[in-house]
Design a binder for this molecule. Sequence first.
Ligand code: ADP
Ligand code: MG
Length: 517
Amino acid sequence: MNYIPTIGLEIHAELKTKTKMFCDSANDPDEKKPNANVCPVCMAHPGSLPVANKEAIRKVLMVGKALGGKLAEYSRFDRKNYFYPDIPKGYQISQYKFPLVEGGELEGIRITRVHLEEDTGKLMHAQDGSSSLVDFNRAGVPLMELVTEPDIKSGEQAKRFGEELQLILRYLGVSDADMEKGQMRVEVNISLRESGGEDFVPLRTDITGNSTGTKILPAIKLGTKVEIKNLNSFRAVERSVAFEIKRQAGLLEKGEKITQETRGWDESKQETFSQREKEEAHDYRYFPDPDLPPLDIPGLNLDLSLPELPSEKRKKFKDKYGIKDEAIEIFVRDFTIGKFFEAVISDLNIGSGGDFVPLRTDEEGNPTETKITPASSMALVSLVTNYIISDLVGLMKEKNIKFDNFKISSEMFAKLINIVGKGEISSRVAKDVLKIMFEYGGDPEEIVKEKGLKQTSDEGAIKAIVDQVIKENPAVAEDYKNGKENALQFLVGQGMKISRGSANPGILREEFLLALK
Ligand code: ADP
Ligand code: MG
């Protein structure tokens, strides 16, 4: 039997704010001392009253705007009632009926809603099960929850959605969204269905079951869903989906029913396991929190201007600079490298210096050859891209250096690119100069001058090198003359070595061809 997976995600992200959601205790994810950041409000002392954090509201609305959702004008907070030792009040303040954001879209996946709630404390259990400790530093930290429609069809797609959302949260500065630190938590809802039955289209209903008539669900009857929790990496998201598809298909194949339940992810076994059967929304007895007034969003006068988003950055890098997709991904995902790239491009002053430089000219200065060194602006950009991605990133990894303590300024890097582009130094020399700049900083022009690395296209000088190499390697030269083609490569290599990389390799090669004819 062929089963089609249906997946919807619920994603939580801790917001980066100075204080907690409803009080002025610090929101500090790095606080190591347990229960340092607590106060009567987040500890639910009688008589204490919550006050909503405006910055947290603003951040959720920014996310909504970035995803093209509908931002609420009226909103409010509801109480979600349940008991657990990590939740001091006996309820969580959340949003049920009036989320801050409804709708929106990312990577072709429709967003159902984005709302604001508060995080819980953390429980630590003794190994032997004799006791548990509670740390309330995280209790009351602003938490965004985003819910998607069940539009996702594979673990890979779920992972991609999560990664793109993480990037957006970081670009917006609303969350560090580190999965390992629990700042971003992805829950996967997954069901299987048999193919077919695509022909009826129920209207979408709102949370109370009334038809809103505005949107439609997938035109199919979905299977019973299972929710997977404690996924602390995108890889776990992808793998847990693969595991569930197999497990559920196995059950359906045997004619068994899928139990609607919450399952955990066991990282060491790479398996999901049953945790509890799922509670229903009505079990939580949601009701409006009487301690918090409804929100008049326009009245808050929030600044919702968006920075450049990853998708816009990708488009700019592609349309304006024409760089390759792999390079674009590196620049978009690593914010600091992307910023450095853009700074170098701007320092290059492309437009003024971006003319073609002929390889060889005759006495009057007219180009004698069609070949040109890469000094056109596109070629320069591609040089910048290559030198950053293959050389600079490599050096940074090798020496474990981050951009914060980086010795090369964008101006000096641009200068290096310019002199390679003009053909003043060979790319081999450029790599060496880059290494020197990487260790000690400095001006590439001076390094080149100091070390005598300037590329020479001077025929006399190159001819002298060719003569020397042939004299020192007569057997190899003979081999070449007898038809051994790759002997030439060796000779050119020797010539480059003698010139310490400064000979123009193209001309060197040609001179060898002439000399060995
Ligand atoms: P619940 O009330 O059980 O929390 P929701 O309707 O709020 O369920 O949906 C929670 C998540 O599960 C959403 O991301 C939604 O897209 C997804 N979902 C809903 N039904 C299914 C299904 N049959 N299969 C897979 N995912 C589903
Ligand atoms: Mg739900």
